[in-house]
Write a protein that binds this ligand. Structure first.
Ligand code: NAD
Ligand code: DAU
Length: 336
């Protein structure tokens, strides 16, 4: 089996590539990544010299390149994670979100159709459903009501992928997951940003009143769900993925301060994110019942382990925050 993982140098992608190499050692994983600011080959340094991990620097929107590598590597399946992923960036500059997430995905789907790919796993997000009130949870049939340019672009790509199934019979499965946390997350997202700021005794910027709720899932549990969806999901179906760990942002920030032994006086309430979704919660009954998925990590244990990882790996995030990680590709890969 030869799998094309797009965005395999990002947070979830790099965890997924390593997960696949461990769980499916006979497979070859071809990793197509543009190495934007969020792509970091250092997150995959343990795979250096592994002949069954093939890294290709390129854009999912480059149809010629994608078709070429699908044919050279005889790609059976695509796991599509490449995207612009950060909501705040989509508010500052929406254009690249449409270019990569919508148009890039469509090019990848077209290449998959042309090259007879047997399964296309579209990694989508719970943000397609918009915001919840104080009760209830998103099911796969909840209305699609995205709020931000990021979530609107992901909703578009999710629907274009489903349209390729309905119209062209491409074997597409869509997953919609809640907020991930874990090792190698770029320190612009809530949890790593707060850890890094706390370690530097810098203010911890909490948006609005800190009462927004997210439903957190350990990235390894997401990877497990993605593999199940790839191997056992039904074509044309959508599967919600979520860990049942709803937490208010402010409670997470306080927990992080406790774990690193820093005072709550570092918390700074700042202007709210425009259009900020209040609450997300996932009903994962379908993937549990149909594919037998259950998360292995509890949030408290996973958060403590993640914070410990950031404390123990200052070199990784210092090189990310300084920008030095971007030279790694030139030194480690260009020379091969
Ligand atoms: P990330 O920003 O950490 O990584 C994205 C990766 O995609 C980077 O390596 C980047 O270089 C690459 N990339 C960007 N544009 C590209 C292009 N045009 N061509 C090729 N590669 C490109 O993102 P993440 O948090 O790991 O999220 C991965 C996927 O999972 C995204 O599709 C995201 O929407 C989805 N998702 C994320 C979460 C979460 O909590 N992080 C939850 C649900 C779904
Ligand atoms: O729900 C899945 C989504 O989760 C993914 O599709 C996105 O790719 C991913 O980025 C994430 O989106 P969020 O906007 O929920 O994640 P973020 O880490 O940016 O923010 C989490 C919450 O914390 C949100 O309510 C905003 C708040 N926040 C975030 C930052 C960066 C703060 O209060 N302060 C901050 O500095």
């Amino acid at each position: 089996m030869n799998v094309l993982v797009t965005g395999g140098c990002g947070f979830i992608g790099s965890n997924l590539v390593k997960y696949l190499r461990r769980e499916r050692p006979a497979w070859t994983v071809v990793n197509l990544d543009k190495l934007t600011y969020a792509g970091n080959l250092e997150s995959l340094s343990e795979l250096e010299g592994d002949p069954q991990h093939v890294f290709i620097r390129g854009d999912i929107g480059n149809r010629e390149l994608v078709e070429h590598l699908m044919s050279v590597h005889a790609i059976d399946a695509v796991m599509h994670l490449a995207a612009e992923s950060h909501v705040d960036r989509s508010i500052l500059g929406p254009e690249v979100f449409v270019t990569t997430n919508v148009l890039g995905t469509q090019q990848l789907l077209e290449a998959s159709r042309a090259r007879g790919v047997r399964r296309f796993l579209m990694v989508s997000t719970d943000e397609v459903y918009g915001s919840l009130g104080p009760t209830g949870a998103f099911t796969e049939s909840s209305p699609l009501q995205p709020s931000s340019p990021y979530s609107a672009s992901k909703t578009s790509s999710d629907l274009v992928a489903l349209a390729y199934h309905h119209t062209f019979n491409l074997d597409v499965v869509v997953t919609r997951c809640s907020n991930n946390y874990g090792r190698y997350q770029f320190p612009e997202k809530l949890i790593p940003l707060m850890v890094v700021n706390a370690l530097h005794d810098k203010p911890l910027p909490v948006y609005g009143d800190g009462g927004n709720v997210r439903d957190w899932l350990h990235v390894e549990d997401h990877c497990h769900a993605l593999l199940l969806a790839l191997e056992k999901g039904r074509a044309g179906e959508v599967y919600n993925i979520g860990g049942g760990a709803e937490r208010r942002n402010i409670d997470i920030v306080k927990a992080i301060l406790g774990l690193v032994g820093k005072p709550e006086s570092l918390i700074q309430y700042v202007k709210d994110r425009p259009g900020h979704d209040r609450r997300y919660a996932i009903d994962p009954s379908k993937i549990r019942a149909e594919l037998g998925w259950t998360p292995a990590h509890t949030f408290e244990q996973g958060l403590a382990e993640t914070v410990r990882w950031f404390v123990d790996h200052p070199a990784w995030w210092q090189r990310v925050t300084s920008g030095a990680y971007r030279q790694y590709f030139e030194t480690q890969y260009r020379t091969r």
